[in-house]
Write a protein that binds this ligand. Structure first.
Ligand code: HEC
Length: 273
């Protein structure tokens, strides 16, 4: 009787494990790999599992919570062998944490905008990125450099005119993201995914991309602020941080494992006259 109960318990545990892994598989690739089905605008708060590269973007958060959301906390989890990282030896954990740190150190985003503009004037905002594990990175233009409160620049009265120009890591113009828009929906997106990104840690080679937004200044004179946010992955750049699951390359830390990142440019001021 006892054996039967035990077997039933084992069987149901196995069913549960199988069900969980199936669940894992069905949701797992929607985020690592970028939110490829969500071809619309987003704000950085949506990337709840990503880690922040610095504390400034969390200055509105309670100190304890901000600490948990930092990239240092992701690297500490690797070193401590938490969750999936327990599969690695202590030496491998140190190596993976160092690899992730290298990806972070080489991840850059910059924004180039004019400092003064006439109301309604057309201008270009140029965003350049370097780094990220790939296969994609994400970029957005925001009013503030606060991860949980930033809004799309349209909220301030800036207008995005037409599809932004995207130049991929191969130096070629790229329309892959905009082409995913359904039917004849407007293509003047703020959140953009750039494809073809990869990283070669051993050679210290990282992908560069460019996004040029064509914008119109707000119609009301005043002082406005603008910055760009960079969404990228880290673990998949490391041989120790990549796992193949259901035909997709996943970060070892998994779907909710904090290995994604949010980085902001410096906040810039634009005076509209
Ligand atoms: C459930 C957790 C989670 C949420 C929510 C999430 N992401 Fe991610 N994201 C990840 C993980 C994990 C990675 C892969 C990191 C790696 O390679 O180490 C990632 C990577 C990315 C990448 C780079 C692609 C890659 O695979 O490296 C982009 C771009 C991205 N996310 C954008 C977003 C955006 C935009 C949102 C909100 C709509 C979002 N993410 C929400 C977990 C999440």
């Amino acid at each position: 009787m006892r054996a039967v109960t035990l077997m039933a318990t084992v069987a149901s545990a196995m069913t549960l494990a199988m069900a969980l892994s199936a669940f894992d598989g069905s949701i797992a690739w929607s985020y690592p790999g970028g939110p490829l089905e969500d071809v619309t605008d987003a704000a950085p708060y949506c990337a709840g599992c990503h880690s922040s590269v610095d504390a400034n973007q969390l200055r509105d958060m309670p100190a304890q919570r901000a600490q948990e959301m930092l990239a240092t906390s992701h690297r500490a989890a690797i070193k401590a062998g938490e969750n999936a990282y327990s599969k690695l030896t202590p030496e491998q954990r140190i190596q993976l944490a160092a690899d992730v740190e290298k990806v972070d150190a080489n991840a850059q985003i910059s924004l180039d905008v004019p400092t003064t503009l006439h109301r309604g004037a057309s201008f270009a905002a140029k965003v350049s990125t370097e780094g990220g594990s790939g296969p994609v990175i994400g970029v957005m233009l925001l009013d503030q450099d606060l991860r949980n409160q930033a809004r799309a620049i349209e909220a301030e009265g800036f207008e995005i005119v037409g599809a932004p120009n995207v130049v991929g890591p191969d130096g070629k113009q790229q329309e892959q993201w905009e082409a995913r828009r359904y039917d004849d929906l407007a293509r003047n997106l703020n959140f953009l995914v750039v494809f073809g990104v990869n990283a070669d840690l051993a050679k210290s080679q990282f992908s560069s991309t460019k996004v040029i937004y064509n914008l119109a200044a707000p119609s009301k004179p005043g002082k406005y602020t603008i910055c760009a946010a960079f969404l990228y992955g880290t673990e998949k750049a490391s041989p120790l941080g990549r796992v193949e699951m259901h035909g997709h390359t996943q970060p070892l830390g998994g779907f909710a494992g904090k290995s994604g990142r949010i980085k902001f440019t410096q906040l810039k001021s634009i005076e509209v006259r």
